[in-house]
Design a protein around this ligand. Sequence first.
Ligand code: SAM
Length: 394
Amino acid sequence: MLTHFTPLDHLLLKCQHFWRFEPFHESRSRQHRFANTPLATWLDGLSASDAHTLKHDVSSVYQQLQTFIPELKDIEPLVALEHSSTMPLELDSHLATGIPGRKLEQITAMGSQALSAHSGVEWLEWCAGKGFLGRILAHHSGQSVTSFEWQQPLCEYGQAEALKQNLPVTFIQGDAFHCDHQHVFNNKQHAVALHACGDLHVSLMKHAMDHQLAALSIAPCCYHLIQDDQYQPLSSLGKQSALTLSKSELRIPLQETVTGGERVERHRYQEMSYRLGLDELLREELGLSEYQPIPSVKKSQLQLGFIEFCKWAAQRKGFELPDCDFKRYQRLGEERFARMEKLSLVQMAFHRPLEMWLILDKSLYLQEHGYKVHLTEFCEKKITPRNILIHAVL
Ligand SMILES: C[S@@+](CC[C@H](N)C(=O)[O-])C[C@H]1O[C@@H](n2cnc3c(N)ncnc32)[C@H](O)[C@@H]1O
C-alpha cells in the first residue's frame, strides 16, 4: 500500500481542476468550471434519479468519468483496502449498555481488530470519550487501560461505568497537546484511537514515537480540525509533495457520508435548496456579492417553508427582506441544488484518493520511525465512512 503514495500524489496534482472546488458555490452559474466540455454535456444529461443512484455507487462514478478524466482508469487499485477478516466482538449486554447503535458496531469491529493484533501488555485509549472501547478491551484482554480524555464529565461517566463493571480502567483528564507524559505513556502500551480528530491523532503518533509505544491502532477522522491553516505533511514523501491542502480542502474527503435513508435525504434537499435559494435572493434583491453564511437551522423551522426560512435567516443575520417573488427564488434554489449534486459527482471521485493520500502520509511517517504498518477497512462504509484503520507495531 505504501508504494501507492507517489502515484496517488501525481494523480491528485494532475486532476486538481476536478476536485479543488466547492460544489455549493460552483453551482451558482451554468458557466461553471466544466461548462462547454463533454463532461458538462454528460452531467447535463443526467436525470435527478441518475445523479442520486451514482452518488451511492463510487465504482460507477469512476467508470463513467474515465471517458472525461482518463487518470481515473488507475484509481481503484490505488484506493482499495483489505477488509478486516476478524469477526466483530460479541458483547455481553452489560458491556453494550448506553452505546448508541452505529457507535457500537464501530467499537465491536475496531475492538476485535485491536485485540487480534494486540502487542504490549496494557492499553492506552486516546481521546476516549466515555471510554466505551477501553472498557471492552479491558474486559476481553483482562489488561489495564488508561483512558485519556479532555472533557471532565466524560471522564467521570467512564470511570463510574468501569468501577460498576469492575474493570481495570483508569481515566486521566488532560489535554492531548499539553499532558503530563510520565503518567500517560509507557512502552508497554498498545494505543487505540477511534475517531480522534485531525491534530489529535497526529499528537498520538508523535507521543508514541517519543515513548516508543508497542503498537497503535488509529481510525482517523475530521482531517480539517488542525491548528495550522494548511495540512502539515509528516512523512518525507509528503513533505516533498507539491500538494497543499487548506482546512476547507481537508473537508473534501469527509463529504462522503453514510446514506441516512429517505427522510434524511428529503430533509437535506429542503435545507440545501432553501440555503441556495436565499443566496440567489440576497444577491439579486439586495445586491450582496458575497455568500452570507446562515447558522444551522432546526428541522421544525424548515418545515414552515421557504418564506419563513428567509424571514428567520434575515432576523438572525440582521438584513431586511424585500417584498419579492419568493417562489422564483425557491425554484432557483432547487435548480442550483440539482446542479450542485451533479458537480459533486465529479469531486466524489476524489474523496477516497484524498483520504488515502492523508492516510498514507501518516503511515509512511510511522514506518520511517520504525513501525510496521498495516492498513485495513475495519468496518463497512455504511457503519462509518471513516472506516480506515492504521495499525502499527514497533
Ligand atoms: C470524536 S470523539 C471520539 C470519542 C471516542 N473515541 C469514540 O469514538 O466514541 C473525540 C474525543 O476527543 C476529545 N478531545 C478533544 N480535544 C481533546 C484534547 N485536546 N485532548 C484530549 N481529548 C480531546 C473529545 O472530548 C472527544 O471525546
